[in-house]
Write a protein that binds this ligand. Structure first.
Ligand code: ATP
Length: 344
């Protein structure tokens, strides 16, 4: 288990003290994929550097399976750091080395005999799906392939923890999904604990079980991804969730205010479905039961999370108030969450 306990980190700058991380408490279970999301400057990288023993907290304790990282130095710190693999946004590969030699680099540093490191590097090439590209140079690879090399290299020393620091931020959406699928596969096959640091809620939704949202050095909200997506409490979380998850209108740049301006009549209701409900024909049932109402679908989105599908739909209801209330009661009975986002 990784435990951040009341962790703070201050830097002294020419403008005085800067608190990069403030009273952070997080517990990450073995084998879990845990997300940390925050905008630039939220303190995510500082947290990672402390976990990797590159910097010590000003206050608090970070321990991995009971060992306080800040208390380690010399050989013991090096051994501990080998248990943590890291992947980065810009891959950090050596351009003069081939794929296989990049992957074998940490083993060379750890002085693993040549035959053994060759065999391990070949195994890793297979694991990340780069067979046939062993002797290519990074400049000959696509972004997704480069990140696969990064992942294989990070796994060379058989770490128990993998930190992904914005590792998909420079990739296009399809490649991002492929890399996330690979992380999920590795997590399952090797029971690896993965800490996913990102500003992309999509990546969190796709593979994480739990998430902590950081803002100005603090963890402002945390919990299961499913719950945080369903009921974001803090403004910053709402912003992240709505960037990724708000129902997509035909013109996806339209804001809620513009939507209301465009459809001022009646009521606009947002429905949130989860789990098996997302697959039931609930909307057609409402249309049938309350046939006097005029019901239009304005926008919709569905996301797959590790706990099942989470869907959201904005509907406009025009008609008799009592009928609208009855329709909403019916939806509630079907355990669909409803939120009135506009009432004429
Ligand atoms: N070595 C340092 N000296 C002084 N201030 C620092 C140092 N490292 C980080 N900071 C400051 O601490 C705050 C948090 O930075 P950090 O890099 O941890 O954020 P982040 O969430 O990782 O953002 P990004 O993704 O942009 O790196 C920022 O205000 C940053 O300027």
């Amino acid at each position: 288990m990784i435990r951040f306990k009341d962790v703070s980190k201050d830097y002294s700058t020419k403008d005085g003290k800067l608190t990069a991380v403030s009273d952070v408490n997080i517990e990450i279970n073995d084998g879990e994929i845990f997300g940390i999301v925050g905008y630039s400057g939220a303190g995510k990288s500082t947290l990672v550097r402390m976990l990797d023993g590159l910097e010590a907290p000003t206050k608090g304790e970070i321990d991995i399976n009971g060992t306080n990282i800040a208390k380690l130095y010399g050989h013991r710190l090096r051994v501990q750091r080998q248990k943590i693999g890291m992947i980065f946004q810009h891959f950090n590969l050596l351009w003069s080395r081939t794929v296989i030699d990049n992957i074998a680099l940490p083993l060379e540093i750890a002085k693993v005999p040549k035959k053994k490191r060759q065999a391990r590097a070949e195994e890793l090439v297979k694991l990340v799906g780069l067979e046939g590209r062993e002797h290519s140079y990074p400049s000959e690879l696509s972004g997704g392939q480069k990140q696969r090399v990064g992942i294989a290299r990070a796994l060379a020393n058989e770490p128990t923890i993998l930190i992904s620091d914005e590792a998909t931020s420079a990739l296009d959406p399809d490649t991002t999904n492929e890399v996330l699928d690979l992380l999920l596969k590795i997590n399952k096959e090797m029971n690896l604990t993965i800490l996913l640091i990102t500003h992309e809620m999509h990546a969190i939704a796709k593979i994480c079980e739990r998430v902590a949202v950081m803002d100005s050095g603090r963890v402002v909200e945390s919990g299961s991804v499913f719950d945080v997506f369903r009921h974001p409490k803090e403004e910053v979380t709402k912003k992240f969730v709505s960037e990724e998850f708000s129902p997509q209108q035909e013109d996806s740049t339209i804001t809620l205010d513009e939507l209301i301006k465009k459809y001022p009549e009646g009521q606009i209701i947002r429905l949130v479905f989860h789990g098996p409900q997302a697959e039931l024909p609930i909307v057609s049932e409402v249309v049938k039961r309350y046939s006097e109402l005029q019901i239009s679908i304005l926008a919709g989105a569905i996301r797959q999370t590790q706990e099942g599908a989470l869907g959201s739909l904005d509907l406009q209801f025009i008609g008799d108030e009592k009928q609208i209330t009855d329709a909403l009661d019916y939806l509630k009975k079907m355990r669909v969450e409803t939120e009135v986002i506009h009432h004429e």
